[in-house]
Design a protein around this ligand. Sequence first.
Ligand SMILES: *[C@@H]1O[C@H](CO)[C@@H](O)[C@H](O)[C@H]1NC(C)=O
Ligand SMILES: *[C@@H]1O[C@H](CO)[C@@H](O)[C@H](O)[C@H]1NC(C)=O
Ligand SMILES: *[C@@H]1O[C@H](CO)[C@@H](O)[C@H](O)[C@H]1NC(C)=O
Length: 495
Amino acid sequence: MRVIFFLLASIIWNQQVPCTLAKDSTPDDYLAMADESLGRGLNEKAIGLYEKGISALGENESLLTVMSLETNMASALSAVGRNEESIKSYRKAILAYKAKIDEIDDPETVSHANDIASTASFYMGMVYQDMSEPQKAVDAYGYTYVLDPKHWASLANLASVLHDQMKLHDDALDAYNKAYEILTQTEYEPTDPPEEANPILSQIQYRIGLCLSHNLDRKCALSDDPDMKPVSCKEMATHAFSLAVQFDDRNESAKHMLATITADATMKRASNEYVKNLFDEYAQNFEHSLVEELGYTGYEKLRRGFDRALGDKIEPFSLVVDAGCGTGLVGEQFRNVSSYLIGVDLSQAILDEAEKMRPGLYDERIAADVMDVFRQRKPISLIVAADSYIYFGDLQPLFEAMVEGLADNGVAAFTLENVDAESEETLTETKPDWRWQLTASGRFAHRKDYVESIATDVGLEVMYNEVMDGFRHEHGKSVRGNMFIVKKVMNEAEL
Ligand SMILES: *[C@@H]1O[C@H](CO)[C@@H](O)[C@H](O)[C@H]1NC(C)=O
Ligand SMILES: *[C@@H]1O[C@H](CO)[C@@H](O)[C@H](O)[C@H]1NC(C)=O
Ligand SMILES: *[C@@H]1O[C@H](CO)[C@@H](O)[C@H](O)[C@H]1NC(C)=O
């Protein structure tokens, strides 16, 4: 696949067009007439006029006139497929620039000549790319960048040649990153900025992701800064693909790559720090945004599912742990089946908020990691966890901690998310045995079969399962999920 970010061979220098050809027409007259023909798509006519202009050039002709005639003729030639001749003309423009630029004092002329030379070199790169001359294309794009360090398109095209044709993925990565930097900095206007930046930024990030995906087990440096800790290329590629999706959320290829790369991500759970900060910041507004804005109903559904699974004669549970309790939405649902109810959350701020909103709901509130609490407070008769296991990727350690903490025949009721229908289809095709996936929102989605097999492995019997599509909305889309009610099966040896 060849990617050309910038295709339009525009006319570089336009001026007043004389009405008729006079006997004493100057090179500038020819240039203006030729440009006009080229602008109207009359390529052959334009080429003829550029040729006349070039043969009328005098010994001491203005550098700008010479460069413009050659460059625009080259564009006309490439438009009619005369690539070799086109290259010759671009070259002449650049050679004229190199020969004369040092003699010119007028800064405006210097800057204009510089623009024409960098543009000529850029177009020449595209013609070379068309001719499958990757090394020459690279040299031409490189020279454009030397003349004009704000020329993002030359870097983007350079990167695509390095990546697609020369397989120099690290060099390509470097060039894509520079192009991205130019487009996203705010200190100056890039050369020829795209009308719509987002699709271009998406494409660049997508291709950065591809460059990084060539060797996912390697460590990648985040920047030239030697103090920066290297991170896995996979993590960086994931970041790049998720940016690509953010810049263009309808792009299927980007979504596909993100889905594939994040399946069974090396990241096994979100760090406690991340989750704690998320909810500390969120605390005041937590319930409002969850219930009002996201249309969250998971807590009620979990209780109803629980009742369906256990029947209507539910005896109170002596010790209940609400794992990841938040402001107490779930605790409230399970209060009337709990003799002693402990709310556990990583965020102290949200525990304080729970006490403020629902005084006395919890007999005890603990700011800690739920896995530690399971082990410390055993035997626990019921664990409820609505939307808190979604911060775990690998469920094995979590389920092991549950089994350890639960009393014999103890029950756990929890929800997990599923990927969206599209990603599920993709994964079923590309990675049918996927287990979990880090989603763009930073949570984990789990395959139902995986959840059930881990549960069975650690000694939890799945009593009940329910699909919970649409229990929350995000970016206008309903989130899909699953509810599970499991029971600790008594070890045969202990019976
Ligand atoms: C071109 O410029 C040079 C140096 O200024 C001068 O000697 C020469 O006569 C000029 N030639 C023409 C045709 O004007
Ligand atoms: C999606 O992204 C890829 C890679 O950036 C690009 O080649 C493709 O044209 C995009 N497709 C759409 C429909 O925008
Ligand atoms: C217990 O509380 C839940 C949630 O508020 C409610 O749906 C249920 O009817 C209650 N059960 C009893 C027996 O009061």
